[in-house]
Ligand binder design. Structure first.
Ligand code: NA7
Length: 531
């Protein structure tokens, strides 16, 4: 049998790729990681925009595979900033001596399965071809920035930025007229900071998003010591919850609770801060009426914060809270009370065009020195489809996914033997704390490869039947959930022409883990294994 260059190639050196490398290397495999960036960190390498921060608390948004690591690393704030998370990723890379097996500044452009040799051949933009028995895509869920196709964007003479491709050198907006397009999680984090620096900030908002306060604060060493003393127990508890994030879940219906008690519960959670707000009642994401009680509470907070009732009206989100990802902010709404901030509603009258010196919206012209696109990502499938991936018989992933992603467990693809996707579509991924989800996938893949090697198999492939059944299950679970009821990036609705398929698995982290484990315990049900 032809010997490949490596046992496994991992694409991407974010949190998924780093741990995959460490895990497979400790099993004695020859592994190479290919990374487009010049450093590790993935999302946290690219998203350097002002105010970038994780919306999962730092003591939870971290690896748990090494107790030494989780004991020795100290976080400084309740919610870590992008620079701190990037430092953490770099620390992990050094601590486990990972960089010697990572090729940086190199992008994988194609991956082709050689059926006869049972080998993946990967081509890079540096003109190299590398081969491996297994190919593992650790390419991230939100790693392909999306810039809307607005007429004249290239004619603008000032600087343009995308939050997900932020420059490494400091960007100084002092004295400038700045336009920000987009008020999702990234815009909501960046806008308050940019407003403090810019001479004038124009925020071009198409939809108001629901956001809750972070109440970020420094992490007291004592509080951190307490968590570390019980880390194992805390992590286990978090893993037993649907999101894999530990926050109090109230197992009561909003509809059987009196209006006064409901208000109290929402107030308490509002004061605590963070996405735990949606844990206030157990039916918020299943019953539209229950959900509206939380949504109207948040709208009222917007009304209370804004000095100008017309601006408040525009900033009030409508529809289901939590349908699109709930944002977590620091002073977002209060920013619109500043004299140097103008909210421009582009819902009814969209941005018509960008010209050399600014933007045209209807009859108004906004002169700008810089434009920030906080316009999101081609989520979940974008990074995989950018690579020309071809499986058995030359079948292309782009064809297979023409009507939306299809995968078994979000981990493997029928027709693409020995290819794995970490937190791929069809897995809980973006509905969970990403790092534990990554760790679960990494361990599953590493154990699977070990199983193949120990039992003399060289090839594993999901069956079409198993994949069909999983896709049907993912869709069925989503159909009972309010999260599938609006146009969000979970559905591909933010990208023109992208098929509308609800991509992540919303059945909860513990249920998903149990299903993955059962499949293994029953001898890799739904997979064909061969020598
Ligand atoms: P999001 O959440 O996809 O937000 C993108 C924002 O950009 C959103 O407010 C969009 O408006 C807006 N947008 C996109 N295109 C346009 C045009 N053409 N005109 C006006 N406004 C536009 O991306 P983020 O980066 O904020 O967050 C992504 C995830 O990263 C987040 O969920 C976290 O998981 C971390 P819309 O709301 O669609 O009307």
């Amino acid at each position: 049998m032809t010997q490949p260059d490596f046992d496994a190639i991992v694409v991407g050196a974010g949190f998924a790729g780093l741990y995959m490398l460490h895990r497979l290397r400790s099993q004695g495999l020859r592994v190479r990681v290919i990374e487009a960036a010049s450093d590790v960190g993935g999302t946290w390498y690219w998203n350097r925009y002002p105010g970038a921060r994780c919306d999962v608390e730092s003591m939870q948004y971290s690896y748990q595979f090494s107790d030494e690591l989780q004991q020795e690393w100290d976080w400084t704030e309740r919610y870590a900033t992008q620079p701190e998370i990037l430092r953490y990723a770099q620390y992990v890379a050094v601590r486990f001596d990972l960089c010697r097996d990572i090729t940086f500044k190199t992008r994988v452009v194609a991956a082709t399965f050689d059926e006869a040799a049972t080998i993946w051949r990967l081509e890079t933009d540096m003109g190299e071809t590398l081969s491996a028995r297994f190919c593992i895509m650790a390419t991230g869920c939100l790693s392909v920035p999306s810039i809307p196709d607005i007429e004249g964007v290239d004619s603008f003479v000032g600087n343009t930025y995308h939050t997900g491709l932020w420059p490494h050198e400091e960007v100084d907006f002092s004295g400038q007229q700045v336009g920000v397009i987009g008020t999702g999680s990234s815009g909501i984090q960046a806008i308050p900071i940019i407003a403090e620096e810019a001479e004038h900030l124009f925020v071009f908002q198409r939809s108001a998003h629901y956001t809750v306060p972070a109440h970020n604060a420094p992490l007291a060493p004592e509080a951190q010591r307490e968590v570390k003393a019980r880390y194992g127990e805390i992590r286990e508890c978090a893993r037993s919850l649907p999101s894999g994030v530990l926050f109090p879940l109230n197992n009561t219906s909003a509809m059987v609770t009196s209006a006064e008690d409901r208000q109290q519960e929402y107030e308490k959670r509002w004061r605590t801060g963070g996405v735990g707000f949606l844990g206030a009642f157990n039916d918020l994401m299943f019953d539209a009426e229950a959900n509206e009680t939380a949504a109207s509470f948040v709208r009222e907070k917007v009304r209370e914060t804004l000095h100008d009732p017309d601006v408040a009206e525009l900033l009030m989100p409508h529809g289901v809270i939590g349908c699109r990802r709930l944002c977590v902010d620091t002073g977002f709404h209060a920013t619109f009370n500043r004299d140097n901030v103008t909210l421009v509603n582009v819902r009814e009258t969209p941005i018509e065009r960008i010209y050399t010196d600014g933007m045209v919206v209807g009859t108004k012209i906004y002169a700008l020195d810089a434009i920030v696109f906080a316009t999101g990502f081609d989520a979940m499938t974008g990074a995989l489809l950018k690579i020309d991936i071809r499986g058995s018989g030359g079948c292309s992933l782009r064809d297979k996914w023409a009507e939306g992603p299809r995968a078994y467990l979000g981990l493997t693809l029928a027709g693409f033997p020995n290819l794995f996707t970490i937190t791929g579509p069809g897995s809980p991924s973006v509905f969970t704390n990403m790092i534990p989800s990554i760790e679960q996938h990494v361990v599953w893949i590493a154990d699977c490869i070990a199983h193949l090697r120990e039992n003399g198999f060289s090839r594993i492939e999901a069956t079409e039947d198993a994949e069909d059944a999983w896709i049907a299950h993912v869709a069925d679970v989503a159909s009972h959930h309010l999260r599938a009821s609006c146009g969000s990036w979970y559905l591909g609705a933010n990208i023109p022409g992208k098929p509308r398929v609800f991509m992540p698995y919303i059945g909860g982290f513990p249920t998903y883990v149990q299903k993955c484990d059962e499949i293994v315990a029953k001898g890799y049900v739904g997979f064909a294994l061969s020598a």
